[in-house]
Design a binder for this molecule. Sequence first.
Ligand code: AMP
Length: 403
Amino acid sequence: MNFETFNFHPSIMAGVRALGYSIPTPIQSQGIPPIMQGRDVIGLAQTGTGKTAAFALPILQRLQSDSRGHIRALVISPTRELAEQISEVFNDLGSRSGLRSVTIYGGVSMDQQIRNLRAHPEIVVACPGRLLDHLWKGTISLAELEVLVIDEADRMLDMGFLPDIRNILGCILHKHQTLLFSATMPDDIRRLAREILHDPVTVQIGRTLPAKTVSHFLYPVQQHLKTNLLKAILNKTETDSVLVFTRTKHRAERVAQQLVRDGYRVTSLQGNLSQNQRQAALTGFRNGSIKILVATDIAARGIDVLSISHVINYDMPESTDDYIHRIGRTGRVDKNGDALTFVTNDDADKIRALEQLLNAPLERLTLKGFDYNKPAPEREPRFSQQPRRRFVQRQVIGRQMAM
Ligand code: AMP
């Protein structure tokens, strides 16, 4: 199958070609036809599968005809970065269509957004909180909305946005098409889907498993040696762009500072940054001037950088869903990527859950020449006050499968 099959308008095909897409990804080949028929669709696909274009292309096709100058498509996204990226996809694919899109999210001036809305865009990509502010202020009207997309619905749930989503849905009472995308289907999302979608078509790309182009490795290590191990791996490994995940904002900041001190081109992406700082970090990472980004789960949501070669989980993710989301940043469409996860003795249950999901034991690696027995510094209260457990380390040279 190729993109000609969909009979898109020439202006949209120009966008497809400009982005260099030649073959539709599975979510595109299966999702685009029912969306073009006007059906409600549940898209079960993780980040990196091409799901944004899977909804953006048929929406652009629909908006190409009929009236202009009012909001006809709304995409709700959990984070500002993802909103910007979705908007970019609409702008790139629709650059010749004359259709306009604006982004709406918190943390930036409301007045500028009101001015943007007065230019009468056809497409709005919004985060739930600020969108509600505009709806309640009367500065946005969804009276003529035709298509609603709820993207990364499971993440919206995790971030506590479900009540906001329900309030937004309460403002769109007329008939419209609804598309709901989610990497996983927790009960609350299944319930929401049952309530708001009419006779939906479900398009599921595999199970919600990480992309096949990703190799997974575990690095058992004591907590206090993680930064040293990270530096040693970065020194010894040929990498392109590296995304490092930590559990907390504070740790993301600290790890980035430690790497900066060692001369790495690195920055952190975490909730303490202003919108401008976040944008600068992402732009630097995208254009390659920053090689390493240290981020928390929420801050990294939706990062779309094609050349991420390695995702390093400095801290084991809380859940298998988070693991899928994190490593969805590497191994994107036909690219290979490595997912390295630092694990401590406390992570045994999480490793088991992950191995169950992947249906295979994960490879445990040790880094040759790395001093795994270095004691924790005495003056570091967090570690020195903890009773030390003996760390069982399989000393293997190179790669070896776990028993
Ligand atoms: P997404 O899952 O929407 O975040 O997309 C992941 C990446 O795949 C983005 O960088 C897209 O530009 C890229 N992509 C989407 N569709 C295609 C396609 N048909 N061929 C090649 N790359 C694509």
